[in-house]
Design a protein. Structure first.
Lengths: 135, 135, 135, 135
């Protein structure tokens, strides 16, 4: 629960808006990529989790601060830090930092739940996953 | 096969990029909204088509010209004109026109296919749909 | 400060993901459309605000709950309720509700700031805008 | 003009739709990332080109075939092959191939133009860029 995971993201035209900066919803995509790669690094692929375990992770709440504007061509590092995992849900702390000057562009507290992909009801996280997350 | 369908779209920040104009892939989203509303106007909802007929439409090819840049707040009219429908596929002509000055921003020839949502194999278009399209 | 603004949004393929539901970041796009139309209804177009007043609104923080999944073809109503406006910033309450069953899919407390589009420094909201917002 | 450039892309939830596959407009984003990285590999950053040379590249036409559906977690390789560069425009051949089975998911002939970012008028490609492209 103490290891922070990092994932690199580059800002392309698709991520920006006519204000000249990264469109605010784009940071949610970046943070989701980092969570996906964090799970993959722990050995859990989203498609396998769906196929073998019949479960998916969904975001249930986010408390986000957009602190500084990101720009085209910026190289960003997105962090994932597991703060709590209990039952069907977990809380993660995430940050998006610009590599060139270490400016924090965006930070968020993300609550995610493990659900059945059919009815979206909460499903207790498999022990194998929890123990990998806590390792 | 001769009636042209029209659908209004507004350009928001989400549709633009830091070049100050509509991001090129955004026009594909606008054209897909118009096709969906054209089908809905003919009486075919995409979710019902999936549920009752077990079929979905997918785009198989597009020949697109991006002729002029669209901008934030522009009101656009997206047209759909069925050119041909045969077997499992159809060809549509679509244009994206800015209302204020009737400038054509984007035009495309779109080939779509009717497929089984499970295996993506071609499925002959139901006669009810073809006859509505040709009415 | 008491009038709630509403804006209709339709869910298209572009808004969904392979979980079969609306992609979570999509709700931020829907909420931004509603804020833009709320400003437009008050008489303030984002492109004019930029051109004449040299100011843009940016989102600085969001506290969001994703409560129920939205689906393809859903008709949604997005609300905007101004809670507070002071200096260069304002706080809005927003909800995304499915029309068919009045289910709340998403709700958020959104903090936005008025900034100079050049350097992104806070700019006091023009009195004309504040008085329209409070009318 | 003979060297093919390759760029790796991963499919995330953001790229898919409720049909269970990559949303068709998503391939345009993937192809634009590869073109940006191709230019970067040649020594031309889009933000520098805008700042120093006062020019941007825009896509003016695409002829695309969506041949097979991509899926969540797929690893893709996007290619860029310059076919022609003349005056203010260039023609590129691009493919999106799934790494696991070498299936071509999407292929396109892309016409791009070099324009002034202010008025979007064509600007002859700087010789330094053309010679790097042809090297």
């Amino acid at each position: 629960m103490t290891r922070e995971f990092h994932w690199k993201v580059r800002v392309y035209y698709e991520d920006t808006d006519c204000g000249g900066v990264v469109y605010h919803a784009g940071y949610l995509r970046f943070m989701e990529r980092a969570r996906t790669e964090w799970l993959r690094a722990l050995g859990f692929h989203q498609d396998q989790m769906r196929g073998e375990h019949n479960l998916v992770f969904i975001v249930t709440a986010m408390d986000i601060q957009f602190t500084r504007p990101g720009r085209l061509d910026d190289e960003l590092t997105v962090s994932v830090l597991l703060e709590e995992v209990r039952g069907a849900s977990m809380v993660l702390e995430q940050q998006v930092v610009r590599d060139s000057d270490q400016t924090v562009l965006c930070s968020a507290r993300v609550r995610a739940a493990c659900v059945d992909p059919g009815d979206f009801r909460p499903r207790r996280l498999p022990k194998a996953i929890v123990s990998e997350m806590n390792a």
